[in-house]
Design a protein around this ligand. Structure first.
Ligand code: GRF
Length: 203
């Protein structure tokens, strides 16, 4: 068996997507290990989950640096020091700068809670509800310099129910999103991937 691929996961919040990856990585057949978890703020449940699992963690807060560029450099250096094959933004609420994107070309991915290109940004489920769409969902994509604009790796849809609130829809999306993240990252680390223009091919 080839050695497992190394993931660095970035979080800002509850880290339920991270937890799904931690659980998946417990099986050696999954093909990945989480080398480190990074955050942009103190006290996240995501970092707590990592600590509980014995995974090294680091925190870089933008406000602790004189410029955004210095923050980006510190984050890039810390992530790079763990020599990741794949960097996963799992609810990481920061846009990384050009240095970061250049350090991990085609291997920095993000999961977003809408069916992109619809509803990019911070309020995917709320905007889906407001727009009255009947299908919502999640998108896994390769990050570029835009907000939720990169080439799409995978998407999954869930129904929008008549009595949904932002909370109920968000939870339904997150359940599908976690499964998609685990399945897609697993395929990426085991079978590889190719990016041709806007199209991503697994395997
Ligand atoms: C995910 O739904 C992601 O799409 C959004 O934030 C959520 C993160 O959830 N950007 P968690 O921290 O993994 O629980």
């Amino acid at each position: 068996m080839t050695s497992p691929k190394r993931l660095v996961v970035l979080v800002s919040g509850s880290g339920s997507n991270l937890q799904a990856l931690i659980d998946a990585c417990a099986d050696p057949a999954y093909g990945a290990v989480i080398a480190a978890v990074g955050a942009d703020r103190e006290g996240t449940f995501g970092v707590e989950r990592a600590e509980k699992a014995g995974i090294p963690t680091f925190v870089h807060r933008v406000k602790d640096y004189a410029t955004r560029d210095e923050w980006d450099r510190a984050l890039t250096e810390d992530v790079a020091s763990y020599e990741p094959d794949l960097v996963v933004s799992a609810g990481f609420l920061k846009l990384c700068g050009p240095r970061f994107l250049e350090a991990f070309p085609g291997r920095y991915i993000n999961t977003h809670n809408s069916l992109l290109p619809a509803f990019p940004g911070m309020n995917g489920p709320g905007e889906a509800l407001a727009a009255g769409v009947k299908l919502a969902g999640a998108t896994l994509f390769i990050c570029d310099s835009g907000v939720d604009t990169g080439p799409i790796i995978a998407q999954c849809a869930v129904p929008v129910e008549d009595d949904d609130t932002v909370d109920t829809l968000t939870e339904r999306i997150k359940e599908a999103e976690r499964a998609q993240l685990v399945a897609s990252v697993g395929r990426m680390v085991r079978d590889g991937w190719k990016v041709e223009g806007r199209r991503v091919r697994l395997g």
